[in-house]
Ligand binder design. Structure first.
Ligand code: HSE
Length: 306
């Protein structure tokens, strides 16, 4: 194989109760990438469409991953990358993760698949570190594995793929403002009161239990974030209103997608997801901020060949 075109899904990290530990991929939006083998060694980025990102190969989330993989395998060829960004940087939908996970998956295919998904996740974390200052795994693992994933441990990296209830849908509103992950991480308190740690871990356990047992009500009661949301919500205009109206319209739970500003709503079934999306839309329609809305099933396959 000398050329490959792939789709790398957008992702929702944290899912309220799983800060840096939980994530899922969505079907409705994702990046496209074309990677081509070149005779000349090394990596180059020949096209970036849809976002104002650097094509400096040492600073771009996709090229640093490709470079690391080629270096590791001592490849005797190089790679040209074309990025068609549909997941906007600073959206909270795992934009750098789509680039990094997409590059990891595609380079692995061009190399003849020498690496496991876990190893690809490790490589993709290099892209996350370059793009947002921390090698967080929740978004990249969700993009690579698809479905819901749990980052059970960072050292050593352990990823657990979780089941996705059949009728679980998501509505996402992406207000067109940029929140930098680094800034959103800086507003969170570094010390957590024990009562909050207990609540957060109990909700995470509740959510995972709900995913395994298809218990939508338990999922609903578990979408609670006492660690990040209370501090981050001030970075997102109308967050409380969107949450209130979305819940009134039937969402199981609503929270900040990753580091924001996107807001996700988990819903039972497509109809509820559409109603919730409409309620979220009405809040933002009355504001001066542009927005995009996605209604989607949870993506279960992760990065795929187009
Ligand atoms: N878990 C990360 C955060 C996701 O919330 O900061 C951002 O990429």
């Amino acid at each position: 194989m000398d050329i490959i075109k792939i789709f790398a899904p957008a992702t929702v990290a944290n899912v309220s109760c799983g800060f840096d530990a939980l994530g899922f991929a969505i079907n409705a939006v994702g990046d496209e990438m074309v990677l081509t083998k070149t005779e000349e060694k090394g990596v180059r980025i020949s096209k970036i469409e849809g976002a104002d990102l650097t094509n400096n190969i040492k600073h771009n989330a996709a090229s640093v991953v490709a470079l690391a993989m080629l270096h590791k395998i001592k490849a005797d060829f190089g790679i040209d990358i074309q990025l068609i960004k549909k997941v906007k940087p600073g959206s909270g939908l795992g934009s750098s993760a789509s680039s990094a996970a997409g590059a990891a998956f595609a380079v692995n295919e061009l190399l003849g698949k020498p690496f496991t998904k876990l190893e690809l996740t490790e490589f993709a974390r290099i892209g996350e570190e370059v793009a947002c200052g921390s090698p967080i795994a929740d978004n990249v693992a969700a993009a690579i594995y698809g479905g819901f994933i749990l980052v059970k441990s960072y050292k050593p990296l352990e990823i657990i793929k979780l089941p996705v209830p059949k009728n679980l849908w998501v509505a996402v509103i992406h207000p067109q403002i940029e929140v930098k992950t680094e800034d959103a991480r800086n507003v969170i308190k570094k010390d957590i009161p024990i009562v909050d740690a207990v609540a957060q871990s109990a909700n995470l356990a509740g959510l995972i239990s709900g995913l395994y047992t298809d218990d939508y009500q338990l999922i609903s009661r578990s979408i609670v974030d006492v660690i990040a949301e209370p501090y981050r919500k001030f970075l997102i205009p109308h967050f409380d209103e969107v949450k209130q109206e979305g819940l009134k319209a039937g969402a199981l739970g609503i929270g900040i997608s990753g580091s924001g500003p996107s807001i996700f709503a988990l819903c039972k079934g497509e109809n509820d997801a559409k109603k919730v999306a409409q309620a979220m839309r009405e809040v933002y329609q009355n504001s001066t901020i542009d927005f995009n809305i996605y209604v989607s099933k949870v993506n279960t396959e992760g990065v795929k060949i187009l």
